[in-house]
Design a binder for this molecule. Structure first.
Ligand code: AR6
Length: 170
């Protein structure tokens, strides 16, 4: 049953018509490159103004804002770990990003949500390992939370999509 609620697709997350998209942000929450830059550009300047009031975000935590000009009603900003070789708690911190993002989504009544490959760009997390964590955490959460009807892994590029397809098939 969970399988039909979770899918991976090649997509620009800023275009997706879901209740919430997740942003792979940094601890300042004030914008950056990668998907963070794309989300701020698409949402418009009101997003950073709301983010300025949040006092940043810790690695592994998540905070929600409105989506402004995005098709998504909300943006859930989470901060992934910087990859340091895997021995610095990166897997647990990344897992926490997925759990906290879903918990925040649930609190705001979200039923559909899209995630980028958190930490897999500028932060250097190996995508195969990150995809396995993402799929495990989302599956575990959906098993106990029927409110979340749809989760999309928005993959930027075919390598990322292949990694998620493999993780979903496993
Ligand atoms: N839609 C979906 N995925 C995207 C998009 C998009 N429009 N653009 C990029 N990606 P990254 P991180 C993919 O670097 O590694 C920022 O400066 C990208 O190909 O965005 O968590 C923040 O402010 C990759 O697969 O995030 C932080 O400082 C994935 O999104 C830092 O980067 C994540 O890559 C966070 O680094």
């Amino acid at each position: 049953m969970n399988a039909s609620r979770i899918e991976a697709m090649q997509a620009d997350i800023t275009r997706l018509e879901v209740d919430a998209i997740v942003n792979a942000a940094n601890t300042s929450l004030l914008g950056g490159g990668g998907v963070d830059g794309a989300i701020h550009r698409a949402a418009g300047p009101d997003l950073v103004m709301e983010c300025q009031r949040l006092n940043g975000c810790k690695v592994g935590d998540a905070k929600i804002t409105r989506g402004y000009r995005l098709p998504a009603r909300f943006v859930i900003h989470t901060v992934g770990p910087v990859w340091q070789g895997g021995g610095a708690g990166e897997p647990e911190k990344l897992a926490s990003c997925y759990r906290r993002s879903l918990a925040v989504a649930l609190d705001s009544g979200v039923t559909s949500i899209a995630f980028p490959a958190i930490s897999c760009g500028i932060y250097g997390y190996p995508v195969d390992q990150a995809a396995a964590i993402a799929v495990r955490e989302v599956r575990d959460f959906l098993e106990v939370e029927p409110q979340i009807e749809r989760v999309i892994f928005a993959c930027f590029g075919s390598d990322v999509l292949s990694a998620y397809r493999a993780a979903l098939g496993a």
